[in-house]
Design a protein around this ligand. Structure first.
Ligand code: PLP
Length: 410
């Protein structure tokens, strides 16, 4: 008899966004004439920029010629892309990252999820609450989290992010081995200063721990004082891995390309305490389970790391940040508390009259035909909060906010 991996039975029935999609489909079925505005899933809406399209076309042409045709590529990505990333994203900002420390992949979702398998089963993990659900669910699947009771997995240390700590996690009192951090944060839109990150890097050094730093939204940072990379912090190149993605940076959610930075100096330990270079282990994993991102996509991605490509992309980021301003102004006028939106595409708001996040979801879809994401879906501390995303067409965002302003409960 074929048996299920028991760990899968510990997962909540539906992935959060699948649950939202089901509810929206039900609403639409019962109300076919209503125009729904979706500000729920953080998916981009603007098309790929001209530089990327041009480079993708070039990649297609290359594949049509025997001389420039490519079959299987390197597991870790083509050298042309790895060096452009090392130069453009890091060296230009004074951060010493070499192409050999860059691993090209097809998504930060995949990489943040897959990464958990290279650590021992008894690795003690710390995650923020609320959190991007992939970090926790991937550890559940791996069998590291223990059972689920009172909205928490027993073997996981949750770092509560609430209004009291400005949605920034405090250091754990106990010792943990693996810490997931994400800034600018999904879902709260909160950002970390250099001082905040230094505190975590110091903790990791003191505890021989590792930080998995998700920088999927770094391109939205406008404030020049804020770090774009954890590697701007002293000592981080010994204790951190950084995940970046072109999904939100350059509209690649459907095209798929991300990159993970694993500095040579990062080591993890075996039972005897001997150290092993993490990027070698990751390469071993990738070469077994992954056959690389398509050449055409890597060609297109390389255009993002040019001055022309970057200036086109920056205009798109500005477009989304202007949307965020419209949302912020709407909630300010309603006296609703929120964070995010200045250096992030997400606005995290306190539900009016303290109603539950899923009740607010139902209210918004029924009264305004606006879809957002209930904070409770991101963890226990998300209850009473709601996430709206600034990805979308400006006119739709304006219309959504006009509708929300007429909400009875507000
Ligand atoms: N990390 C965070 C924090 C995200 O919010 C998302 C997508 O919403 C991802 C990673 C996934 O990125 P990708 O599209 O590269 O898989």
């Amino acid at each position: 008899m074929i048996k299920i991996n028991e760990n899968y039975q510990k997962l909540s029935a539906n992935y959060l966004f699948a649950e939202i999609a089901n509810r929206v489909t039900d609403y639409q079925k019962n109300n076919p004439d209503q125009k729904i505005i979706k500000l729920g899933i953080g998916d981009v809406t603007e098309p790929l920029v001209p530089s990327v399209i041009e480079a993708l076309h070039k990649g297609v042409d290359d594949m049509g010629n025997r001389e420039s045709f490519y079959g299987y590529g390197p597991y870790e990505g083509y050298e042309f892309l790895r060096s452009s990333i090392a130069d453009f994203d890091f060296k230009k900002r004074g951060i010493n990252i070499n192409p050999e420390e860059v691993f090209i992949s097809s998504g930060a979702k995949e990489d943040t999820a897959n990464f958990s398998e290279v650590f021992s089963q008894d690795t003690k993990i710390a995650i923020t609450d609320p959190v991007y659900p992939v970090y926790i669910d991937s550890n559940v699947m791996f069998g590291r989290t223990g059972s689920y009771q009172n909205n928490h997995y027993q073997n996981v240390l949750y770092l509560d992010c609430t209004a009291d700590n400005q949605f920034k996690p405090d250091l754990p009192k106990e010792k943990v081995d693996l810490i997931y951090l994400c800034f600018p944060n999904n879902p709260t839109g909160q950002v970390a200063t250099k001082k905040d990150l230094q505190m975590w890097v110091n903790y990791a050094h003191q505890n021989k721990a590792l930080i998995l730093f998700d920088a999927a939204y770094e391109a939205f940072i406008q404030d020049e004082e804020l770090p774009h990379s954890i590697f701007e912090i002293d000592g981080a190149d010994e204790v951190a891995v950084e995940f970046r993605s072109l999904s939100k940076t350059a509209g690649f959610t459907g095209t798929r390309l991300s990159y993970t930075i694993i500095p040579d100096k990062v080591h993890i330990y075996d039972q005897e305490g001997h150290s092993h270079q993490l990027n070698k282990i990751w390469l071993r994993r990738q070469s077994t389970k992954f056959n690389g991102v398509p050449y055409i996509i890597q060609k297109g991605a390389a255009a993002v790391f040019t001055d022309k490509g970057r200036s086109e992309i920056n205009q798109q980021i500005q477009y989304y940040l202007d949307n965020a301003k419209i949302i912020q102004e709407g909630f300010r006028s309603l006296d609703i508390e929120f964070t995010g939106g200045d250096n992030s595409p997400y606005i995290w708001l306190k539900t009016p009259n303290s109603i539950s996040s899923w009740d607010f979801f139902d209210l918004l879809i029924n009264q305004c035909q606006v879809v957002g994401t209930p904070g409770a879906g991101f963890g226990r501390c998300g209850e009473g909060y709601f996430r709206l995303s600034a990805f979308g067409n400006k006119n739709n965002i304006r219309e959504a906010m006009e509708r929300i302003k007429k909400l009875k409960i507000c």
